[in-house]
Design a protein around this ligand. Structure first.
Ligand code: NAD
Length: 247
């Protein structure tokens, strides 16, 4: 076991309020590609589909691709070992909350309870007219889904480019960052703001930062204390074994 992993285990076992901060990378091994990079979704699809102005102008075109990516494709994904280890660490009271940029529901599917979805989620749809919410799984997504109350356009309940962060998730994420003494960042480039300010804010408040990623990120040389290079599932598996030997 390398020194960084050993030190991360010590930090977590001795923490009072450790939180996790997850990005698209934690779900890569569940078969969901990130947006960016060589195998990223934006190499295959036009990011315009998540521009609000385009969505209102061409809801038919937007919805066709949104359904394909976020419902047909994401819908098949199952939580991986990294998600389930986080849920187990919450159960052991060693992780108090997860701030996630992901919209794929996999933290909840893995059994985590205290999850703040910074960018919203894909399991619900919201009416762009009256805000009525719908379960995506119970809505016909072949074609453009419309509100049964006001007939306005339905949109996934995750944020599109430039949209405001959901209020409750934002507030809870800030509170979690204020309280945190340890933050475990898993699979995030740190490029997306304001999400990337959450671990930075925790660091300013004295938290130690553990980072798990096969590649360096914008966090690595700026705020990370312990960088553990590797895939989320492998590192989280080893981390849990190490923690269980200590408690
Ligand atoms: P990103 O796409 O910018 O970067 C992904 C990061 O994951 C990279 O740093 C990469 O090195 C790392 N990574 C790749 N494989 C990994 C593995 N096996 N284990 C650990 N790390 C791995 O991700 P981001 O910074 O989270 O930002 C992307 C934005 O796109 C987010 O805002 C998110 O809302 C959205 N998004 C979400 C999903 C999802 O819900 N699963 C998928 C794609 C994009």
């Amino acid at each position: 076991m390398n020194d960084s992993l050993q030190n991360a285990i010590e930090l977590l076992v001795n923490s009072k309020h450790a939180i996790a901060y997850t990005g698209a990378g934690i779900s890569v091994e569940s078969g969901i590609p990130p947006f960016r990079g060589e195998d990223g979704l934006w190499n295959k699809y036009d990011p315009n589909i998540l521009e609000l102005s385009y969505f209102y102008l061409r809801p038919d075109k937007s919805w066709k691709v949104i359904k394909e990516i976020f419902y047909d494709f994401f819908g098949e994904a199952k939580p991986n070992k990294a998600h389930t280890v986080l849920a187990e660490l919450e159960h052991l009271a060693l992780i108090k909350a997860i701030v996630t940029q992901n919209i794929d529901n996999l933290h909840y599917d893995a059994g985590s309870k205290e999850v703040y979805e910074f960018h919203g989620n894909s399991r619900m749809l919201v009416c762009t007219g009256c805000n009525k919410k719908y379960m995506a799984a119970e809505t016909n997504l072949n074609g453009v889904p419309l509100c049964t109350s006001c007939n306005d356009l339905l949109k996934p309940d995750f944020i599109f480019f430039g949209e405001k962060i959901p209020e409750v998730a934002y507030r809870k994420s800030i509170e979690a960052a204020q309280k945190a003494d340890v933050v475990v960042i898993i699979g995030s480039t740190g490029e997306v703001y304001p999400a990337a300010s959450i671990p930075r804010y925790a660091k300013e408040n004295g938290a130690k930062i553990i980072e798990i990623n096969p590649e360096k990120s914008l966090f690595t040389d700026s705020i990370t204390d312990l960088f553990i290079k590797g895939k989320a599932t492998e590192i989280m598996h080893e981390l849990l074994i190490g923690i269980k030997q200590k408690i």
